[in-house]
Design a protein around this ligand. Structure first.
Ligand SMILES: O=C(O)c1cc(=O)[nH]c(=O)n1[C@@H]1O[C@H](COP(=O)(O)O)[C@@H](O)[C@H]1O
Length: 272
């Protein structure tokens, strides 16, 4: 099944627009997992099992694995996701961007090595840097558009021909790059006005929307700005707020993650 069909089925099947981000930070792990050789895998697996019925996607962030030389554990996490929850899209967050020949290797890494349904890419180097990902015609290419961080405004807000640069990116992806129909855009929950602008430009194209939870984005404003007429259209990501939810009495970290994931899914669903 291609990325968009899988995502649409997950929105409906789990009644959720919540994307659970897998950003494993050893310093914030429960003590019993910190010293274990496969602790990152065990941590992610527990989070996945605890939240899979509340999520429309999982998004491992590659840097958290690569920084520790833990790519084998990322492979194991991806394999576990594909085999155990094949109906939930796996988005590899890598934010790649390079010349075509190198981009081809990044695409192989995301789609063949890790078996991702979709990958995040940076559009700064232009169309030929994104083209190689399109060779995998059933996979998603999620292009950075209006990112959630404050510094995103440095370039994305520059006026080009009277229009902010991020809107050019939205138009370019919607009108030119999306020939497989598997593109999506990243728009931060911290910028609901821009989210609404992007929604107007791209029709029903899915948006990956990080920035709720730890970054403080407002759920109501995010959903109202980014939803489609069908009340879907978004993977609203939360990572740290779910992964490192403070356990209540008698709860372990995975149970706490589940509680926060369900609360977040329900808060999102209130405004769809
Ligand atoms: O592409 C992303 O996922 C992304 C884009 C963006 O504009 N902002 C952003 O925070 N992200 C990622 O989304 C996640 C946000 O994590 P939390 O702030 O802990 O929810 C991290 O993995 C970021 O790398």
């Amino acid at each position: 099944m291609n990325f968009i069909d899988k995502l649409s089925a997950a929105w409906a099947g789990n009644n959720s627009l919540l994307c659970v981000g897998l950003d494993p930070d050893l310093a914030r792990f429960p003590a019993h997992l910190r010293g274990q050789a496969d602790g990152i895998y065990q941590f992610c697996k527990a989070i996945i099992d605890a939240t899979a019925d509340a999520a429309c996607a999982f998004k491992p962030q590659i840097a958290y694995f690569a920084a520790l030389g833990a790519e084998a554990q990322l492979e194991a996490v991806c394999r576990y996701l594909r085999e155990t929850y094949p109906h939930i899209p796996l988005v590899l967050d890598a934010k790649r961007g390079d010349i075509g020949a190198t981009a081809h290797q990044y695409a192989r890494e995301a789609f063949d090595r890790y078996g991702a349904d979709a990958v995040t890419v940076n559009p700064y180097m232009g169309s030929d840097s994104v083209e190689p990902y399109m060779e995998w015609t059933d996979r998603g290419v999620i292009v950075l558009c209006r990112t959630s961080n404050p510094g995103g405004s440095d370039l994305q807000f520059l006026q080009v021909d009277g229009v902010p640069l991020y809107q050019h990116v939205a138009r370019l992806v919607a009108e030119k790059w999306n020939r497989n129909g598997q593109c999506a855009l990243v728009v931060g929950a911290t910028f609901p006005e821009e989210l609404a602008q992007v929604r107007k430009i791209v029709g029903d194209m899915p948006l990956l929307v990080p920035g709720i939870g730890a970054q403080g984005g407002d759920i109501e404003a995010t959903v109202k700005a980014g939803r489609t007429a069908a009340g879907t259209g978004m993977m609203i990501n939360s990572s740290r707020a779910i992964l490192y939810a403070t356990p209540k009495d008698g709860e372990d970290f995975a149970a706490a993650a589940r509680r926060v994931a369900i609360e977040t899914r329900d808060a999102i669903n209130q405004y769809r």
